[in-house]
Design a protein around this ligand. Sequence first.
Ligand code: TRP
Length: 451
Amino acid sequence: MSENRGTFGGILGTIAVVGGSVVGLGNIWRFPYMAGENGGAVFILLYFCMSLFISVPIMLSEFTIGRAGQGNSMASFRKLSKNRLWQIVGIMGMLTAYIIMSYYAVIAGWSLDFIYESAAGNMMGHSPEELSTAFTSFISSGTKPILWSLLFLVLSCGILVFGVTKGIEKANKILMPLMVIILVGMVLNSLSLPGWGEGVNFLFEPDFSKLTWGVALKALGQSFFSMSLGMGAMIVYGSYIKRTENVYRIAGIVAISDVTIAILSGLAIFPAVFTYGIEVTSGVELVFLTLPNIFNQMVGGYYISIAFFLLLFFAAITSSVSLIEVVIAFISEELKIKRIQSTAIAFVLIAVVSILCALSQMPDSPISLFGMTLFDFNDMITSIFIMPLCALAIVFFVGWFLSRKVVFSELSSNGRYPYSKLIKFNYFMIRYIVPCVIILLFVSGVLSLFA
Ligand code: TRP
């Protein structure tokens, strides 16, 4: 991608690729467990508002930098500003992509294992306890999760060597709608379970006593993670958006799809969590403990579970290519080496940390940092610290350093879409509201989480 700067084809194609990056494990795996750990409805309400009012302006800011700068996350800053300090944002973004990818590959590996186990028929006809024991022994085995995550990385890098856009664009147009259909089927099934009332209450009835600064900061982090923001992935993708495209429409549709898929996933999971007596605070493992029980209940569960995990794997790989692309584009352009070599380097670097992350998930694993598993630590450091700070730098750059003329011209596609009120509103958000909200949540959230 980085060697010949192509463009996405048309609005559907653009939404397919940007949507491919945005919709991923963040919606189906991370959203439910974060909601479970952080009080349910309160977290979801915050996540919803932040996605629409904070994340959309940030996405538009990243698009603006990418479209005006026409380069990778660091090169775009270099082109738009003489001050070299801004390039640090590009470097931080690259490091974030690297860290996220190292644990993303582990979870994506789990989804590969679940495809295999579903197809082999090992998921059906078991009690919730048996399923949970089987999952624990899978994670504890160490080697299996490692092999699956390496396979996932090989597949992702394979796609990246051959270039991303064309294949992903086509596949996403078919597979994303399919995923939504299966998810809706699972929601309908979950709503017929005895625990549906409790599940729906947990998701939609806010208990404001659970509201803390820490929860708000985590909701912001979830929104950034889910919308692929705060590390320059959307700068890179923005640089591929055609000049004639309406960026508002893209950001709006992508944000609404992202939130909708997360909520659907919550609606599929939580009724089952309560029905089968799974702890809402199970953390990282929540979704993988819950899903097999849902498929055990469904008519045609055997086929649906294979299809679902295939789609989950697909959602993961279209996101992971956008993450790894940030690392590859950086290595190949900054070190001036061939794409295939930089892909190999990125693969090795990511694989090493992925293996450590997988090992840190084993019971009693000695691999930990500050009392957390390496896995949890990597997730925390990126979503609570680096992404909010990078996002802050990005909106600051667009709001206060880029000239108003450049920003307005990018946001309106050179005046082709003169939605002046919308543009003025977003510019106002980017300059004042978004930076203030991020600073407030960051400072108060960090103080409350680590006090
Ligand atoms: N948004 C993806 C998901 O929900 C993950 C992802 C892809 C991402 N690219 C990113 C997260 C860039 C942060 C930044 O699974």
